[in-house]
Design a protein around this ligand. Sequence first.
Ligand SMILES: [Fe+2]
Length: 393
Amino acid sequence: MIPDYYEFCNSTKIVSGARAIEHIGYELAALGASRPLVLTNAQLLELKVATIVIDALADTDAEVAGVYDAVPVDSSAAVVDDVARAYREAGADAIVAVGGGSVLDTAKGAMIVLTHGGSLMEHRGAESLLGRRAVTFIAIPTTAGTGSEVTSAAVIKDTDRHVKMGFTSLSLLPDVAILDPRLTVGLPPRLTASTAMDALTHAVESVSCVQANPLSDCYAKAAIGLIRDYLPVALDDPRSSKARLALANAALMAGAAFSNAMVGIVHAMGHAAGGVAGIPHGEAMSVLLPHGMAYNLDVACDRYGELLIDLAGVETHAATPAADRGAAAIGAVRSITALLHERTGLPVTLGEMGVQPEQIPDIARAALDDGAMSMNPKQPSYEELIDILKGAL
Ligand SMILES: [Fe+2]
């Protein structure tokens, strides 16, 4: 069904392949840049993941203006300002961000500061984020989960107020995203599983959210099929280039889906649980996804039913009566999380991650205030949220 009105934008060029990084010189030149600042973290340098990119840059006409390797796991406005300072001091003309969501979002924050001046905090909620930016940006993800390489959003911590700030603008979309399996073959099994579940949650939530549209649906369904087919392969054979590239593509497609269609109650509860109890995002998604789907089932049954073919395959879809497919899709998600629990130790309850019963009211209150909740197909009461969270405990 075509909505009465919708918008979809993914302006990022995708470069995907077994040695895709080798194309970085061409991409920089095509964008008119020759002095990239490489943005990463010390661990990725130590593991010789970021060095794959730096070595590839050494074989190009570009000259690396500097390497900023101090992006923490949970980046902040102060780090963003420091990256902008390093960019200016190095005389750089592009950012090549190599890392997970934190590194990529830090690059987006730095672009805001470099384009509009001042410090990041001055641009909180500012309309000035609209319009073109002054920095060339190539995003190279080293996990297959956040999809930040094709999303228009950045999440940066306000360390003074202990809250996460969201910045959203189409001007934050990278110019180029490069997917190369050499950057993810070293991910340990549990991180492989949790990041894939984050991507799966982006895809599932995008389909049921109020801004879902035919194009975001295509990306979401393709992402789900890739995760179903290739996550088990990546767990069996972590160095499988084919499986890693498939999961990187799945995360990207799910990112393009939710950047346009948004995410809902699962992310609202996950953000809240992360803030209150400090639990990792991907693991929270894995635990909460079936619970959020069950809450939405009465209004999203048909939409979830469409996903059964991607989640469980053609035969299961064909053998399930149409009216039962939505519930069966939730069952298929539970089967995936049970498998990941068995294979990697990924938790299936909030309690396993240390969430205490007395924290549930705080998580429920924060989830109600989370921006993602407004995109969910139905709005829960505080009491309903308490019940959902207790069910996940
Ligand atoms: Fe997510």
